[in-house]
Design a protein around this ligand. Structure first.
Ligand SMILES: Cc1cc2nc3c(=O)[nH]c(=O)nc-3n(C[C@H](O)[C@H](O)[C@H](O)COP(=O)(O)O)c2cc1C
Length: 171
């Protein structure tokens, strides 16, 4: 089973998370993960993977990270029908409590519209925020990370989410 992580990262937190995810997945499925930075990635490469993992922090108050903004029109043309897709976001629940993890909602809408089979929903219970575009039924549309306030929780959250994801996709 091949995993492609497609992520954008301005100050490095989303990229560091991708590297930790790759290491965790490859403990179970060796040599299975390729990380693509959407600054230069061709999103058509998503078709080469059994599981596509999409990573995007929220920036500039409720917006996608800049490289995802550039790629968004092309992303809307990618056919994801039947493709297993998981998402993760990075945000700041204290500083941007009313827009926490909005990127999950913005990209999630596209993924669902393009027929993606979304896995890795994640409960909101362990987070303190006011509003998010990335929540449906008390679950984020993917893993929510907050390195500004809770970096000490990041590694455990990643590992738990990856275990959940591997079970869900049958890896
Ligand atoms: C100007 C600015 C705006 C931000 N806006 C949001 C936001 O609306 N929602 C949110 O959850 N986080 C927001 N953040 C927090 C970033 O998402 C967070 O710092 C993240 O770790 C950055 O990820 P990166 O290092 O991968 O670029 C903002 C940060 C800055 C500096």
């Amino acid at each position: 089973m091949k995993f492609g992580i497609f992520m954008g990262s301005t100050t490095g937190n989303t990229e560091t998370a991708a590297e930790a995810m790759k290491a965790e997945i490859e403990k179970k499925v060796p040599n299975s993960v390729t990380i693509h930075n959407v600054r230069t990635a061709d999103l058509n490469a998503m078709r080469d993977y059994d599981v596509v993992v999409i990573g995007c922090p929220t920036w500039n108050v409720g917006e996608l990270q800049e490289d995802w903004i550039e790629q968004l029109p092309g992303f809307k043309n990618i056919d994801l029908s039947g493709k297993k897709v998981a998402m993760y976001g990075v945000g700041d629940a204290k500083g941007y409590a009313k827009n926490f993890q909005d990127s999950l909602g913005i990209l999630g809408e596209v993924v669902l519209d393009k027929g993606g089979d979304v896995h890795g929903f994640w409960p909101v219970d362990d987070y303190n925020f006011e509003m998010s575009e990335g929540v449906v039924d008390q679950h984020f549309l993917g893993l929510a990370l907050d390195d500004d306030n809770e970096s000490h929780k990041t590694r455990d959250r990643i590992n738990a989410w990856i275990q959940q994801l591997l079970v869900e996709v049958g890896a």
